[in-house]
Design a binder for this molecule. Sequence first.
Ligand code: CA
Length: 226
Amino acid sequence: MKLLLIEDEVSLSDALVDILKKEKYQVTPIYDGEEGLYYAVSNSYDLIILDVMLPHLDGISILKELRKQKIDTPVLMLTALSQEDDIVKGFNAGADDYLSKPFSTAELLARIKALLKRTGQYIYDDTLSYGNVTLNLKSYVLSTPYNSIKVSAKECELLRFLFSNPSFVATRDDLINKVWGFDTEIESNSIEVFISFVRKKMNFIKADIAIVTVRGVGYRLEHKNV
Ligand code: CA
């Protein structure tokens, strides 16, 4: 689950990053409005946490621009208690929810879960299944009735993406965005090598599904013909 955090108060941002990482979210912290907009537009996130008062470009303007560009990633706005106006403006601009500072950790996590659930992204029991394979998103264990194996965080992210969209061809760009982050430089053959490791693990546990290469496009999950 990838979160973009646009908040210029470094101490608050650092604290939020710690909390969110403990909950296994991947967080990208950005401290500037213009840079935040750039990240929000050029990468895909499951949720954006957006402060209102930011250097160079304020949160409301960022949100308006995102919605104008038809980017409908859920947005949780952070507002100061005194800024009732911002809440109204935020909702008008397309915010999904807001939190007034100061807020508790529990409240923040509850709002995030609620938003991800609303958009169908939140997984209740921490597992995803396809074919005879179950992926545990908390313990990073990939299993079938025959065997189980541990996967790395990146492998888990890849499988989560494929399992969530089983009928869908994941392009190389999708995978780079979802697994490595768009600002990572990664060679095409590194993806192939990475996928081949995951395939070996799936063979090891006798999976009845496989990651197939869709030539020139990307990858898709398929049931094996047995
Ligand atoms: Ca601020």
